[in-house]
Structures are given as structure tokens and as C-alpha cells.
Design a protein around this ligand. Sequence first.
Ligand SMILES: [Zn+2]
Length: 298
Amino acid sequence: MDFRMRILCCFFALGLMAGPASAFAATPTDGVAPMKSEWFTASEVAPATWRIVDHGTVNVYLVIGRDRALLIDTGYGQANLRQYVQSLTSLPLTVINTHGHLDHSGADLQFGTVLADPADFAGIERTADSVRRESKPDPKLPAAERFDYGANARPLALKPVKDGEIIDLGGRQLEVITTPGHTPGEIVLLDRAQKLLFAGDHINRLVWLQLRNCLPLEAYLASLEKIAARADEFTTIMPGHNEPFDRGVLAEKITCVKGILAGTIADEAYPHAFASGRVAKFERSSVVFDPQNLQARQ
Ligand SMILES: [Zn+2]
């Protein structure tokens, strides 16, 4: 099994761990229907807000404004995301990565210009290199849904975003908030008008903090508390994986992380072929962590 498939499988496993889907109201957009696809599904999870699921494992969000649309993350990049997005909107597109992991930035070369926190530029470039080197498409992917990177990849142009920056789509604005932890350059996006927080991998029900380039757990806690200080500005969290959930998960995550740091919450081994660690759980919220990476090194 190659590296990309291992990642795919691990996130599929995370999906199973997260349990049954929570109820979430959908409001279809008049006259717009996603193209038929064996790779992607799309549902309108809030007005003019599509949740596109890449092969059942990772979420890509398409946020529609009056003048532009914002694509939040690009998934694995195995299938033709660009043509799928074009079936949902004809507006000019701005593309942003919540972070540089390959399941969130895999299709960046289909779009070319991508916004991100500069602290994750190196990760995004590594993903792009691995996509360029990938020669064989997944045999399960129908020919009509393949993207020919050899012929059609665009030059990658990364544009920096910074904390507090506003992305204006015309009649709809999203604020970039930097939340280092899961990666050094992880960001989330706040839509105050619709009370939505697009959280990338900063707030999933199960979050990985055991990876080699994760920041110490106390730095992750600081980023959680930064978002908690603004919790009255959103009600729904749109995570990088699995179904959206209410903001209560954020408080549970903070309790879980504080328990790990204080040694007051039970944990157990989290064996994983890709990256093992320890895992602790509080109500709906789990955190996988590295016991050697709790506090910042002096
Ligand atoms: Zn990630």
C-alpha cells in the first residue's frame, strides 16, 4: 500500500471512530446540483455553503459570495476537483489551505494560486511534489474524473495570509485566524454573519497532535483558547473530517487537553501504522498526543 493510500485508510478509520453522523439541516441551492461523481459528494450545509466530501474521508468547503467563491482546502487531489467545483459555481474562485497536509492541499496544482499561512508553505510544496511524482491514477477512479497533472497542472503560487485578514467574497466576509498546533501554520476561517467556523484539522472530534511537526500540546491549547474567546461569534463548527458539529465540542476539547497536561485524565495507547501516540477522550472530543511533546522545550 503506498503512502497516499495509507493516509486515506487512516482517515477512513477516523471516520468510523467518530460514530454516527449528527443531524444537520441542509438547504439546497435553487437550480444548482452537483455533477454526478463516483468520488465526491456535496451537500449544502448552510446557505450558499457546500460541504464536498473527497472519497468519503476529508471535507472541502465551497463558500459562495456575491462576487467570488472561496474553496477551503482541496482534498487528496486524486480526482478532478476543479471540474466538480465548476458544477457548483461559475464565480471566480479563491483557494485557501487550512494547512499543508496532503489530504487538505492535494489538488492545489489544479488551481495554481493558493492562500495559506507561510508557516505551512513547505508542507504544501512537499504535497505538490508528491502529486507531481504520482504517475498512476487510482484504478477505482473513473477516467472521466481523473485530472491529468502532466498536461494540466498549474504552477503553484502560494500567497501568504495573516491573522485577522478578511477575505471578502462580496456580501460575505471570512476572517483568517491563525491556530498553530496540529501544524505550525494551521488556520481557521470565521464567517460571523452565518456563525460558522471552518476549522480544518484544528477542531475535529478526534485531533492528531502526535505527528512529528505538531507543536507542543500547550501551544495547541493556547490556539483552542484563542478560538474559545470568540465562541459567541459562531454556533457550528465545520471540521476537516466527518460531520459538522456544535461549538460545545470546543469546550470539551479544551477540558480534554487540560486533563492531559495536568495528568488528571485517563489515556491509552493509540497504535497506528502511520503515527502512534496516546489518546485521551472527554465526552465527544478525543486528542491523540505525544507524551514527549507536551510543553515547549526550554
Ligand atoms: Zn492535518
